[in-house]
Design a protein around this ligand. Structure first.
Ligand code: AHR
Length: 502
């Protein structure tokens, strides 16, 4: 059997950037069963006194998600935030036109802030720039962040929240370039609105940071022109521009599917170029960073969703059941974003519970981990510190849409304080293991503490509530000897090689 060979050099002096913990963010939208029957199910045996499922909280904590985008998504473009605050019995039931469902508004801003606290995450709040505008946006900032002594801050206090929520990061709408968006706009229309909303939101609270909507995918016909125009209007008002990507193995071509993270890499590099072009054009000292605030695999549920009953409450929507190959691509996507840690400061796995999610729940029943749970958890738990500029030389292959795809996709993260070095690596080869050798020259005294491997004979294997089929093991053979790390990466595998100074 063929075995591929790859070489790396890892040096602690060659740094890309310190990782912003928000790169391990996620997303909860009022969509399908993400909120209702997902995080909130008051009749569930595991519900706490507020109706939040404790079993779900436990799994979210396992993922160590530090940052959660809310409340949408497409939903936010038709959302009146005022509907979700104050006494629950007085809140209106609304039609959500984005997903053709009925929104009962049992959970809103304050309840979500409470839940986020329970899972240990900051909230990334999105404002509605679809049907609403600068007035609703600045009022929401005042409601959430102003201490007291004004109409909206006192309204919050009257709702039982004496202390301000102090939300730091805000999204200026969602996917405003998409014709499917409620209140879809041209780049110039959005750019002007976003700039004016940003201005008054920051006048209300100068400590906040803002994300402008970039393109909702690199395949959008307006991609690049959109970013250029939007940044032309908003450059001095915002800190980030967003990127969204979803992939699927629609034509069942695994080598090509696993190469999709190269598309993500290209997307990131292109958006960086546009940001830096605008920086030069504006003669600005400020650098715009990237917020990859929606990314994942999404395609398994597409057909089923066409049959969804209109105006249902908490219907089963976007409930992709992920397989092992999806977990490998998610691993490659995480590595790709980490390699750009100098510019990608925020990323949100879309989404977190039930809707294209690592965590699934049954109504009244169990909560369980999908295959993609594992690479995300490993990166979030072990990938804290500084990304190192690792020199990698790997054999390559050509696929349908990509040439020169490296079999080895990897990134090294150094946690200086804990004296830990972690290598995340995917072997994309469908038929061959990969012998990896790394020169660890500056890591004297380090040895392998664990080599975690996620592998499976059947790349279509999935997890189900009572069948945890795709699970990682710690039986990898990585070792350090005479300053060299060697490891065998099984064909089609996700690997986490953890090293520590002895
Ligand atoms: O995450 C699901 C949807 O994907 C979001 O609502 C939207 O922003 C994107 O199109």
């Amino acid at each position: 059997m063929t075995v591929h060979k790859a070489k790396m050099t890892i040096d602690k002096e060659y740094k890309v950037a310190e990782i912003d913990k928000r790169i391990y963010g996620s997303f909860i939208e009022h969509l399908g069963r993400a909120v209702y029957e997902g995080i909130y199910e008051p009749d569930h045996p595991e519900a706490d006194e507020s109706g939040f499922r404790k079993d779900v909280i436990k799994l979210v904590r396992e993922l160590k998600v530090p940052f959660i985008r809310y409340p949408g998504g497409n939903f936010v473009s038709g959302y009146n935030w005022e509907d979700g605050v104050g006494p629950v019995e007085q809140r209106p039931t609304r039609l959500d036109l984005a997903w053709a469902t009925t929104e009962p508004n049992l959970i809103g801003t304050n309840e979500f802030m409470d839940w986020a606290k329970l899972v240990g995450a900051e909230v990334n709040m999105a404002v509605n720039l679809g049907t609403r505008g600068i007035d609703a946006a600045r009022n929401l900032v005042e409601y959430c962040n102003h201490p007291s002594g004004s109409y909206y801050s006192d309204l919050r206090k009257s709702h039982g929240y004496k202390e301000p929520h102090k939300i730091k990061t805000w999204c200026l709408g969602n996917e405003m370039d998409g014709p499917w968006q409620i209140g879809h706009k041209t780049a110039a229309e959005y750019g002007r609105l976003a700039a004016e909303a940003a201005k008054v939101m920051k006048w209300t609270d100068p400590s906040i940071e803002l994300v402008a909507c970039g393109s909702s995918g690199s395949g959008m016909p307006t991609f690049i022109d959109w970013e250029t125009t939007v940044l032309d209007h908003t450059y001095e008002h915002v800190e980030y521009i967003s990127l969204h990507s979803y992939y699927g193995n629609r034509d069942n071509d695994l080598p090509n599917y696993l190469a999709r993270s190269l598309d993500m890499d290209h997307f990131i590099k292109t958006v960086i170029s546009v940001c830096d072009y605008m920086k030069a054009k504006k003669k600005s000292k400020k650098t715009i960073h990237l917020s990859y605030d929606e990314w994942n695999v999404w395609y398994h549920s597409n057909e089923k969703d066409k049959e969804a009953e209109r105006w249902a409450k908490a219907p089963h929507l976007l409930e992709d059941i992920y397989n092992f190959e999806d977990a490998l691509l998610v691993g490659c996507m995480l590595i790709t974003m980490l390699k750009h840690a100098d510019r990608v400061k925020i990323a949100c796995l879309a989404q977190l519970v039930n809707v294209i999610a690592p965590i699934m729940t049954d109504k009244g029943g169990e909560a369980w981990r999908q295959t993609i749970f594992y690479p995300f958890m490993h990166a979030s738990v072990y990938g804290r510190g500084t990304v190192l500029q690792t020199a990698v030389s790997s054999p390559k292959y050509d696929a349908k849409d990509f040439t020169d795809v490296p079999y080895l996709e990897s990134v090294s993260v150094f946690n200086e304080e804990a004296e830990e070095l972690t290598v995340f690596a995917v072997n994309r080869a469908t038929d061959a293991g990969l012998e990896m050798e790394a020169d660890m020259r500056s890591f004297e005294g380090y040895s392998v503490s664990e080599h975690i491997v996620l592998e499976h004979e059947d790349h279509k294997a999935t997890n189900e509530k009572d069948r945890n089929n795709v699970v990682p093991h710690s039986g990898g053979d990585a070792k350090v000897c005479d300053g060299r790390l060697t490891a065998h990466l099984p064909k089609l595998s996700w690997n986490v090689i953890r090293m520590k100074k002895q």
